[in-house]
Design a protein around this ligand. Structure first.
Ligand code: ATP
Ligand code: MG
Length: 743
């Protein structure tokens, strides 16, 4: 029994040993592999992922071989992709260089101006200029006394406050007699109207030399500092200044100090109270007028748009982030204006007249204020000369005369801009200057318009004034006014101008934004009360001038975007009532393929028919009738399927006529061609042609007449009324065309 027990113990031990020896490795292996896996995963997490290698672009030949079915396609794709990439890199590079150059220029200019200032300051601190400046102080004081006076703003201030602040500043401590002399003069000025001066005398070495007297907000200045400021302003308008310019400025300054020939500079200063969202509130500048320009210390400019008893509101052109409250503002002394002249043709400028097309500066010395009163009634003449747009539906049904204002109105993407661009392209060789104003458009849209105008050779006589959606509301607000000023230059010089405002809805929105920021009370649709006046005073400037007033004309094509065809909204009704007619574009027509999508029933031209040629009048009279009958019957016909022959005939001829009025973009037609197709379709020569084939019919007809009947085309070109004999021969020729062409 005892032996049995011993054996079983030994067996168990042997079994346990075997299990330990064999199983240990398996268990250890199991744990080890798990631990290894965890370690590996942790390692992977810490390491950056290894990206698959980028395939090296295959050379053209290889790529072509890889795609044996379309070898040319593949090669072309790769070439196109490579070219696009190169073009992109090229553009980025150009932009980069452009930015870099601008930065370098700005910093070089700043360095230069500092150098100029230092040089002048050092020179003036030395003899003989130092003594000369000191010796002339008395004469300068006498000159200042002669011109110093109170402005209406000072008098108003005195009446409310009884006191006016007067400060005399000089570069060196002044002798007492000069201080007293000026003090007496100002006291006398103020006593005359019952006020008292608060007279301060200060020394400011940064003036370098000379005297500066401040009475209220007006400064009478004869200091070297101010002379430098003026010289720098002149230099800023010239190309990059260099050392010769420093020398010439110094020479001018020294001779001026010796002779004292210049007048005392008189200007007004104010202070910035606050600035936000492109609007700046100012203090001081008591005599400033609405629409005047002001200049901030940093060189940015602004325009006064609001005058309140306690503060003045102005819009800032350009960047306003670095304007600080308390900084000085200088009255420039003139209304906001733009450069004008032939130099602008072919250029893209911003609303201040600064070129933004990368073709360098504009060297024109002529300017015009952006706000100008409209020509008076005696200065005007009624519209009598046509302005051909080259678009059949417009020239035949809603003709536009030179000097007319015709609104283009419709929903978004209905071809509004296209009509205006086609009208510009059609002015080639017609001695009409064109101005396209982009207000709140996308930059890509403006770029595309420019490239199209360039392609069709229209940029030679066109100026683009661009305030895109990325421009500030102030820039968008003044854009149409600046463009009109550019147009007025040509108009008053006796030339004809076509101006397109694309679009005035966005202009109204920008003015609403400014008005709300200026805390003006808002009216209907939150627009300010003077929004009608805004567009009326803009569009009234387009006119046909009488011979005595210059004889030119400005034709305006304002564009308005409607929402869901609602022409009874505030801005559309305003502009409809201001203009001499409207071209109404419809989304439904556009989607049906009737392009340009002009609704001939709602479109009207109130004065243009006076300017239409006799020929066009003759052919379009039947056209109107056909379309009116068609419109009337079309609404009934859509309910009934059984139509009598007469109704069917009227509907068919209307359909054909509408098809004949279709016209692609960038394809303006001459008056003769327009008259020919309208005559042919209107007189039933296309009755056997399906509406879808009218385009083919038109092309063939034009080709035939251009080659075979130059005499008829020349007669049509004159625009005279067609005589009966002429009509007979025209009919014969068209019949001949039908037999020849097989239509
Ligand atoms: P938006 O509201 O965006 O300013 P819009 O009303 O000015 O648009 P366009 O930009 O002129 O419209 O045109 C819209 C689209 O219609 C464009 O793609 C243009 O190519 C097309 N289009 C316009 N007129 C015609 C036409 N006569 N024939 C063919 N396509 C046209
Ligand atoms: Mg448009």
């Amino acid at each position: 029994m005892g032996l049995h027990f011993l054996y079983s113990c030994i067996n168990t031990l042997i079994l346990a040993a075997i299990i330990f020896l064999v199983g240990r490795k398996a268990i250890a292996k199991m744990f080890r592999t798990r631990r290894e896996r965890i370690c590996r995963e942790l390692d992977e997490l810490e390491q950056p992922p290894v990206l698959p290698e980028l395939p090296t672009p295959a050379p053209e030949a290889e790529a072509a071989a890889a795609d044996p079915q379309h070898p040319d396609d593949a090669a072309a794709k790769i070439t196109a992709a490579a070219e696009a990439e190169i073009a992109l890199l090229d553009r980025q590079h150009q932009y980069h260089i452009h930015d870099l150059r601008r930065e370098m220029l700005t910093s070089a200019r700043a360095d230069f101006l500092q150098k100029l200032r230092d040089k002048v300051a050092a020179l003036m601190a030395e003899e003989p200029y130092r003594s000369l400046l000191r010796a002339k102080e008395s004469i300068i004081a006498d000159k200042i006394i002669q011109v110093a006076d109170l402005t209406p703003g000072d008098i108003a201030y005195l009446e409310s406050k009884d006191v006016l602040y007067v400060t005399l500043t000089s570069a060196f401590p002044l002798p007492q007699d000069i201080v007293d002399k000026i003090g007496d003069r100002t006291s006398k000025l103020l006593y005359d109207i019952g006020g008292t001066p608060s007279y301060w005398v200060r020394v400011d070495p940064t003036l370098i030399g000379g005297l500066r007297l401040r009475i209220g907000d007006t400064i009478y200045d004869y200091t070297v500092d101010n002379m430098l400021y003026r010289a720098v302003r002149q230099l800023n308008a010239s190309p990059m200044p260099h050392d010769i310019a420093i020398q010439s400025v110094i020479e001018k300054l020294t001779s001026e100090i010796q002779s004292l020939s210049d007048d005392i500079d008189e200007f007004q200063l104010g202070r910035v109270i606050s600035v936000s969202d492109g609007i700046c509130w100012l203090d001081g500048l008591s005599d400033i007028m609405y629409g005047e320009l002001v200049e901030f210390e940093c060189g940015e400019r602004g325009m006064i748009l609001d005058i309140e008893p306690s503060r003045i509101g102005c819009i800032v052109f350009g960047r306003y982030e670095h304007l600080e409250s308390g900084s000085k503002v200088r009255r420039v002394g003139r209304m906001a204006s733009v450069p004008v002249g032939e130099e602008l043709l072919g250029r893209i400028v911003d609303p201040l007249g600064v070129p933004i097309d990368g073709k360098g500066n504009l060297w024109t010395l002529k300017t015009r204020p952006i706000e100008h009163s409209a020509p008076s009634i005696p200065d005007r003449k009624s519209v009598s000369r046509p302005l051909h747009t080259g678009i059949k539906a417009i020239d035949a049904l809603v003709p536009i005369g030179r000097g007319q204002r015709e609104l283009i109105i419709g929903d978004r993407q209905t071809g509004k801009s296209s009509i205006a661009i086609d009208a510009i392209i059609n002015q080639k060789g017609k001695d009409v200057f064109c101005i396209y104003v982009a207000i709140g458009q996308k930059e890509t849209t403006v770029a595309e318009i420019r490239s199209k105008l360039e392609k069709y050779g229209a940029m030679d006589y066109t100026v683009i004034v661009s305030a895109t959606a990325s421009s500030s509301a102030s820039m968008q607000y003044i854009a149409p006014f600046s463009a009109t000023a550019i147009g007025e230059y040509f108009m008053y010089a006796g030339r004809d101008v076509l101006i397109v405002y694309d679009d005035l809805s966005k202009h109204a929105v920008s003015y609403r934004e400014l008005s709300l920021l200026l805390h003006r009370p808002s009216g209907r649709e939150a627009y300010p009360g003077d929004i009608f006046y805004l567009h009326a005073r803009l569009l009234e400037r387009s006119a046909r001038l009488s011979e005595e007033a210059g004889g030119g004309s400005m034709t305006a094509l304002p564009i308005i975007e409607t929402q869901a065809g609602d022409i009874s909204a505030y801005i559309p009704t305003n502009v409809i009532s201001i203009t001499d007619g409207q071209i109404f574009l419809e989304t439904d027509l556009f989607n049906e393929g009737q392009r340009p999508a002009i609704n001939v029933g709602l479109s009207v031209s109130r004065v243009g028919s006076a300017a239409q040629t006799k020929l066009m009048k003759q052919v379009s009279s039947q056209l109107r009738m056909t379309l009116a009958q068609h419109r009337e019957l079309a609404s009934f016909a859509q309910f009934g399927s059984d139509l009598d022959d007469v109704t069917r005939r009227v509907l068919d001829s209307g359909d054909r006529m509408l098809a004949a009025l279709r016209q692609g973009r960038y394809n303006p037609l001459s008056d003769a061609h327009q008259a020919l197709i309208i005559f042919a379709v209107g007189n039933g020569f296309a009755d056997t042609v399906a509406p879808a084939d009218i385009e083919r019919f038109e092309t063939a007809l034009f080709e035939y007449f251009d080659i075979e009947c130059p005499g008829i085309m020349a007669e049509l070109e004159t625009g005279n009324r067609m005589s009966d004999e002429f009509i007979t021969s025209l009919r014969e020729k068209i019949s001949l065309f039908l037999t020849v062409s097989g239509f």
